[in-house]
Every structure is written in structure tokens, then in C-alpha cells.
Design a protein around this ligand. Structure first.
Ligand SMILES: CC(C)(COP(=O)(O)OP(=O)(O)OC[C@H]1O[C@@H](n2cnc3c(N)ncnc32)[C@H](O)[C@@H]1OP(=O)(O)O)[C@@H](O)C(=O)NCCC(=O)NCCS
Length: 172
């Protein structure tokens, strides 16, 4: 098989993106802020619009041939003058069969390269027990700046999250 391609998702990728995202939310509810139930209720049109959000609201995808097998997203949630220097790394996920081959790293690197041109800080959060994600982010230079206790409640169980950040100004 050819090496996977990493590229920005486009509106016409909405169907594949929705399918992979629903799998991620179903299989790893503790790893994402969104719920499977809410996402399943969203129309394909809403997903299509999400993939047409411009450089401050975008998703990178990894493709094996035609198949979408991984994603990582970037959002600047607050565009006000005092906050628009902060972006979020979100929705990092690789399909189970494709893990352990460097795709997660390639996807997060793609978001980092993109974010560097738009924000000063790239923030992320991961469950304190999510060793694969935390090791990946730490190896790419993210540092811990805090911890949110009970950040998520999943089926009655609280998940504490590590808050991490990549500071492009400190980096320079
Ligand atoms: C986290 C995730 C995206 C990693 O994807 P991946 O393609 O398997 O990762 P890579 O092969 O690029 O590995 C990159 C680094 O991640 C870390 N890592 C990956 N899998 C790991 C594991 N099972 N245990 C410990 N560290 C691991 C390692 O530091 C690895 O670097 P190395 O190969 O040099 O040791 C994937 O496990 C996943 O989709 N998990 C479920 C969803 C999730 O938790 N997303 C993160 C939400 S914050």
C-alpha cells in the first residue's frame, strides 16, 4: 500500500469524516468532549459546513488510498482581540487498525505546522490516563500547564484532564 496522505478535509469529505468521527466517539467516549449521541443527531449538512470553516476551524485527515483513517482538528474558538492568539488541537483520532505507524504523529504535526501561522498558543487536553495521547503530545513539545479535575463525565464516571500547550513564541 502507498504511504498515507495527510491533507485538509474538504466539504465533500463530510460523509467519511462523519463515519470515522462517530466510530471514535463510540469507541473512546472518555477521549472527546463531544458525545456520540449529539454527533449522531447532527445532519450531514452540519458536518459539511464544519469542513468549510476556513483556516481557523479546520480538520486534517490521513488517507490510505481513498479511505479516511485518521483526523486531527484545529479551532480558534474565541476570535475576540484578546483571545484570538489561542487555538485548540481537537479531535485527534486514528482508526484502531492503523495505530502505531506514525499517523497520529503526522496528523498532529500537520496541525502544528498550520497553527504556527495563525496563533501563538496551541492548547490541548487529554485524559490523565490517556498515555498514548499524552506521550505523543509531549514528544512534539507540548508542556503541561494545569489539570482540570472532573473535566468530563462519561456514564457517571469523571475523567480528569491534563491541560497542555505548545507556545510558538517560546519556541522561536
Ligand atoms: C492517540 C492516538 C491518536 C495515537 O495514534 P497513533 O497513530 O497510534 O500514534 P503514532 O503511531 O503516531 O505514535 C506516536 C507516539 O505516540 C505515543 N504512543 C502511541 N501509541 C502508544 C501506546 N499504545 N502507548 C504509549 N504511547 C503511545 C508514542 O510516544 C509514539 O511515539 P513512538 O512511536 O516514537 O514511541 C491513537 O492511539 C488514538 O486514536 N487513540 C484513541 C483516541 C484518542 O485517545 N485521541 C486523543 C484524544 S486527546
Amino acid at each position: 500500500m502507498d504511504a498515507p496522505i495527510i491533507r485538509l478535509l474538504r466539504p465533500d469529505d463530510a460523509g467519511a469524516y462523519r463515519t470515522l468521527r462517530l466510530q471514535a466517539l463510540r469507541d473512546h467516549p472518555e477521549a472527546f468532549g463531544a458525545s456520540h449521541e449529539d454527533e449522531a443527531a447532527r445532519s450531514l449538512d452540519m458536518t459539511t459546513r464544519r469542513l468549510d470553516g476556513g483556516p481557523l476551524n479546520c480538520v486534517f485527515g490521513a488517507f490510505a488510498g481513498e479511505n479516511l483513517i485518521g483526523t486531527a482538528g484545529f479551532i480558534v474558538p474565541d476570535r475576540s482581540p484578546k483571545s484570538r492568539h489561542k487555538g485548540l488541537l481537537v479531535g485527534v483520532h486514528v482508526a484502531p487498525a492503523h495505530r502505531g505507524h506514525g499517523l497520529g504523529r503526522a496528523l498532529v504535526k500537520a496541525v502544528i505546522d498550520h497553527a504556527r501561522a495563525h496563533v501563538v498558543l496551541l492548547q490541548a487536553a487529554a485524559g490523565v490516563a490517556n498515555a498514548p495521547a499524552l506521550r505523543l503530545y509531549e514528544s512534539l513539545g507540548f508542556r503541561h500547564y494545569g489539570r482540570e479535575d472532573k473535566a468530563l463525565r462519561v456514564d457517571g464516571v469523571f475523567i480528569d484532564e491534563a491541560l497542555i500547550v505548545l507556545d510558538f513564541a517560546a519556541d522561536a
